[in-house]
Design a binder for this molecule. Structure first.
Ligand SMILES: [Zn+2]
Length: 455
């Protein structure tokens, strides 16, 4: 964001947070109280055999929220990432040493990483982006209000070939803003991108925002961007869980779920990526509201998942069947390009095609800034997780190329990825998306030629 004098800045954003005003003219984010992470550790474990996995699971049962898996134990030799609260560190680390379970300390001060992620902003930095979307920085993280205002400001810039609208309200009443880029036409295939259904994965919304800005305003010399904007209609939902995302800014940076209340539990929220109505309630989900992977008390219990499903059904399935060519859901972290299925180790019949285009997309990423991504089905290369959105898109909507992408990094910073990664991750994902959409265009052309030949 710019700091030129005379730029408008907005008090509304801080109207409920006078206590957040720092010394002088500095505003310290987040403005309200939040859970401190001071001296929380994140460690990476290397379980060698089943007994190590059992030990981790029993420690988790014993310590509950004070020991949180960022990467769950699955099979021996696969890394496990765990956040440990300060209270449990003295008890757990000696036990790990005794059992021969090796680990690396990824960070021994999570709070410092959180602070580095969002440097204090001066009052002059807070600009009214609705008046000039160009003032919106693509290389820093933004609050939901800022993102929402920025999207509203895009309407004038990209009309008539785009639109920004709300697909419905969240549990706490925030409008879920989506952007359509490209003409609406029944003949045009659609690429769908959503991000941030898991609140703490900030790089996902930041990457979606980066892609939006590059599609709307491509470099003059960028012929491919123009082709993609003219051949497809894009729907991009940069923050699929605005309540949770706002909560990560104001109260708890590591919040993952939605923010709904439950009848019989004081714990809040549902895992938005276990809530979809396709093999809902299966492996890798929990029926306990306090757990991170709580699936909800029924499929689509959450307004956020329901709003997306309703839009997709109304727009693309019932009225415009077959238009949804690509479904992409952005998450972090781990650098995985994941295909269905998540609910079973089996794979869909067209799995080779999904892997083929996924591999090409990740090669494009590697050529851009060197990041390496692993490609494969969620269950096979990560873990079983039923009720995910990519499974639903494929299993219910029949979208052939349905993927979940776990963006940067591989765990050094995990969820707390410093902002200087945003543009490189954005570049890489943009190249991956281009590769994928060009491949799909070619495939559709080949299929059309074949149809013409036989009719
Ligand atoms: Zn996620």
């Amino acid at each position: 964001m710019g700091t030129e004098p005379g730029m408008k800045w907005r008090r509304r954003m801080f109207s409920d947070s006078a206590s957040g005003l720092g010394i002088g003219n500095e505003l310290a984010y987040p403005p309200r109280h939040r859970t401190t992470c001071r001296v929380h550790h994140v460690i990476r474990l290397k379980p060698k055999h089943e007994s190590h996995l059992q030990l981790l699971k029993s420690l988790k049962n014993k310590h509950g929220e004070q020991m949180e898996f960022w990467r769950k134990p699955t099979i021996p030799l696969q890394d496990v990432d765990v956040r440990l609260s300060p209270e449990v560190i003295p008890g757990i680390l000696p036990l790990l040493n005794e059992s021969g379970l090796l680990y690396d300390v990824m960070t021994d001060d999570l709070e410092s990483l959180v602070s580095a992620e969002r440097p204090k902003r001066s009052v002059a930095d807070v600009v009214d982006v609705t008046e000039s979307p160009d003032n919106f920085s693509l290389s820093s993280y933004h609050t939901y209000d800022e993102i929402s205002d920025w999207m509203d400001g895009l309407i004038d810039k990209c009309k008539p070939d785009c639109d920004v609208f709300s697909i419905g309200d969240t549990y706490e009443g925030r409008p879920m803003k989506i952007i359509r880029i490209g003409k609406e036409s029944v003949r045009r295939p659609v690429i769908w991108i959503d991000a941030g259904i898991h609140a703490r994965e900030w790089i996902a919304p930041a990457t979606a925002i980066y892609i939006i800005s590059k599609l709307i305003d491509p470099d003059k010399s960028d012929r491919i961007a123009r082709v993609l904007a003219s051949r497809y209609t894009w729907y991009i939902l940069p923050v699929a869980n605005p309540d949770g995302y706002d909560y990560t800014w104001t109260m708890d940076r590591l919040w993952r779920k939605t923010r709904s209340h439950h009848k019989y539990s004081p714990c809040r929220g549902v895992d938005g990526n276990r809530n979809w109505d396709f093999h809902w309630g299966g492996e890798g989900t929990s029926d306990l509201p306090c757990n991170e992977d709580y699936r909800g008390d029924e499929p689509f219990s959450e307004p956020e998942t329901r709003n997306i499903a309703r839009l997709v059904f109304d727009e693309f399935l019932l009225t415009l069947q077959g238009r949804l060519a690509v479904y992409l859901s952005l998450h972090s972290y781990g650098q995985y390009w994941l295909t269905p299925w998540g609910y079973t180790y089996n794979v869909p019949p067209d799995y080779p095609d999904l892997v083929h285009l996924g591999t090409k997309a990740t090669e494009a990423m590697r050529r851009t800034h060197g990041s390496r991504y692993q490609v494969g089905s969620s269950a096979r290369i990560l873990y079983l997780a039923a009720g995910g959105s990519d499974d639903w898109a494929k299993g219910v909507l029949g979208v052939k190329y349905s993927y979940t992408v776990e963006l940067c990094d591989t765990g050094r910073h995990g969820f707390i990825l410093p902002p200087h990664y945003i543009t490189t991750t954005g570049d890489e994902m943009l190249e991956a998306t281009r590769s994928l959409s060009l491949s799909v265009l070619r495939e559709r052309r080949r299929a059309a030629r074949k149809r013409r030949r036989y009719t």
